[in-house]
Design a protein around this ligand. Structure first.
Ligand code: NAD
Length: 429
C-alpha cells in the first residue's frame, strides 16, 4: 500500500484498493469479501495451499487447466549471481531474463568497462560496491550474496574464469561452448570438483519446452523408432574484427558457436552417444574473417542404434535453425528449434487415408530464465544440474573429432564416455 494510503479516509482507501485489484488479494488471503458487495466464492478468491496461492480451475473441460500462479522465492532467498562479461548476450537476454526467474537474481557484475557496468548496475539495482573489474574478480569472495557466477565471456576465457570462480568457492554457470578444447573442458570439470562447487553448461535448449516435447516423442515411441535427424543452424554474419573470427578466443568458427546446438541436440534427443563422425568444412577463399576459423561445416554422426544425424552449420547463409526428426511412422519438425524464442512443434503422420500435419501448441517459456532457475534449484537442493561440465566436455571431444574428420577427409571413430554425461532430468511444467 502506498504510504499516503495509510492516512487516507476509509472510503477513499477502499476505492484505491478496488482500483488496484488489492481487494481481491485481501479476500484471497483473509477469506472475507470487501464490505458492501456480495460475498465472493472460493472460486473467486482462491486460497493458500502449501505456502502458495492457488485458484480452482475456472475454465471448462474443453480447455486445458491453466497453470497455477508463479510462486517466486522472496528476493533474499534466491540464489545470487555475478554476471561476468557485459556483452550482447548478457544485456539482451540474460539480465532481462532474471525478471522471469523465481529462484535467481543478479547481485553483482564483472566487466572491463566501468562506464558500461555503472549504467547496467543502475538499471538492475546492483550497488556500486558489487561492480568489479577482471583484475579484482577475487573480491567476489567477500560478497556473500554471490553464490554463483554466470560466465558470459568469449569462449577462450571460460576456463580461466571458471577456475578463478571455483578457487573462491563460487558455483559456475558457464555459457556454451564450454571451452576451446577438450583439455580445457576437462580442467574446468576437475577444478570445480576439487573446489567442491557445481558447474553447469548453459545449454538452454535442453530446458526449452518444445525440445523437451521432442525428447518425449523419441523416448515414448509415439511415432515409432527415430531413424534420422536433420539439424541446421546457419546465419549470415557481418564483418570483423570480432572475437568470433579469432581462434584463440572462439576456438573455431560456426561449429563451436552455433553448430554446437545441432550436435548437442542429436545427443539429448537420441539419448545415445555417437560412435562415428564425419565432416566437411569450407570457407570462402580470401575472406579475412575466415583466415583462422571455418565459415561452414556439414557433418554426420552415427549412433549405436543405427540413428544417423545430418547437420549443417554456417556463418554464410540466411538464418535457419530447423530441427527435423524422421521417425518410422511420422515426422516431427521444430522450425526455430535453436532460436531464443518462437518455437513451434509440428507432427506429420497418417490419419485414416490422409496425411495430417498438426501443430502441438505448447506454452512458451523464457529459455534463459528456465535454465538459470534450474541451476538455482539444484544448488539449493545440493544436487547435480541436468547439464553439468561433463555434458560440455563430451561435446568438446566430439567437436575435436569433427575437426579431425574434416581435416583428414575420413570418418573418425569416437569412444563413448565412461559415465552418463547428464544429471537428473529437469522438472517439467
Ligand atoms: P559479445 O561479443 O557480445 O560479448 C563479449 C563480452 O566479453 C563483451 O562485453 C566484451 O567486452 C567482453 N570481453 C572481455 N574480454 C574480451 C576480449 N579479450 N575480447 C572480446 N571481448 C571481451 O559476445 P556474446 O554474444 O555475448 O557471447 C558471450 C558468450 O556467450 C560466448 O561464449 C557465446 O558463445 C555465448 N553465447 C551464448 C548464446 C546462447 O544462446 N546461449 C548466445 C550468444 C552467445
Amino acid at each position: 500500500m502506498p504510504d499516503d494510503a495509510k492516512t487516507m479516509p476509509r472510503a477513499s482507501r477502499r476505492g484505491l484498493m478496488q482500483a488496484s485489484g488489492l481487494s481481491a488479494l485481501g479476500v484471497a488471503l483473509g477469506g472475507a469479501g470487501a464490505p458492501g458487495y456480495p460475498a465472493p466464492s472460493r472460486m473467486d478468491t482462491g486460497g493458500v495451499e502449501g505456502g502458495r496461492v492457488t485458484f480452482p480451475n475456472w475454465r471448462g473441460q474443453a480447455e486445458p487447466e491453466p497453470p497455477p500462479p508463479p510462486a517466486p522465492l522472496p528476493p533474499g532467498e534466491r540464489v545470487g549471481y555475478a554476471i561476468v562479461g557485459l556483452g550482447r548476450l548478457s544485456l539482451e537476454e540474460i539480465l532481462p531474463a532474471f525478471g522471469a526467474c523465481r529462484q535467481s537474481r543478479p547481485v553483482a557484475l564483472v566487466s572491463g568497462s566501468p562506464e558500461k557496468a555503472a549504467v547496467v548496475a543502475r538499471q538492475y539495482g546492483i550497488p556500486d560496491s558489487s561492480v568489479l573489474g577482471y583484475d579484482n574478480f577475487e573480491d567476489l569472495r567477500q560478497l556473500r550474496e554471490v553464490r554463483a557466477v554466470y560466465i558470459v565471456l568469449p569462449n577462450g576465457m571460460h576456463r580461466e574464469y571458471t577456475e578463478r570462480a571455483a578457487a573462491i568457492g563460487k558455483h559456475v554457470l558457464c555459457e556454451k561452448p564450454m571451452a576451446n578444447t577438450p583439455e580445457e573442458a576437462q580442467a574446468m570439470v576437475e577444478a570445480c570438483a576439487r573446489a567442491g562447487v557445481k558447474l553447469m553448461v548453459a545449454y538452454r535448449c535442453q530446458y526449452e519446452p518444445h525440445s523437451r516435447a521432442a525428447i518425449r516423442l523419441v523416448r515414448f515411441g509415439e511415432l515409432g523408432k527415430l531413424r534420422f535427424i536433420h539439424a541446421t543452424n546457419v546465419q549470415s554474419n557481418g564483418p570483423g574484427p570480432q572475437w568470433r573470427y579469432a581462434k584463440a578466443l572462439a576456438g573455431g568458427g560456426a561449429l563451436p558457436d552455433i553448430g554446437l546446438y545441432c550436435l548437442n541436440a542429436t545427443r539429448y534427443l537420441t539419448g545415445e552417444e555417437p560412435v562415428e563422425v564425419s565432416a566437411q568444412m569450407q570457407s570462402p577463399a580470401g575472406d579475412p574473417r575466415f583466415a583462422e576459423v571455418e565459415e561452414s561445416m556439414d557433418f554426420r554422426l552415427r549412433f549405436p542404434s543405427g540413428i544417423v544425424a545430418q547437420c549443417v552449420t554456417s556463418y554464410g547463409a540466411f538464418q535457419d535453425k530447423t530441427l527435423r526428426l524422421l521417425f518410422e511412422n511420422g515426422l516431427a519438425e521444430i522450425p526455430d528449434a535453436f532460436a531464443y524464442r518462437g518455437q513451434r512443434l509440428f507432427v506429420s503422420r497418417k490419419a485414416g487415408e490422409i496425411i495430417e500435419r498438426q501443430e502441438r501448441v505448447i506454452a512458451r517459456k523464457n529459455q534463459f530464465a528456465t535454465e538459470i532457475d534450474h541451476f538455482s534449484e539444484r544448488l539449493r537442493a545440493g544436487e547435480a544440474p541436468h547439464t553439468p561440465g561433463e555434458e560440455g566436455l563430451q561435446d568438446q571431444r566430439l567437436m575435436a573429432a569433427l575437426y579431425r574428420a574434416a581435416t583428414e577427409g575420413r570418418p573418425v571413430e569416437v569412444p563413448s564416455p565412461e559415465r552418463r554425461t547428464r544429471g537428473p532430468e529437469p522438472a517439467e511444467g
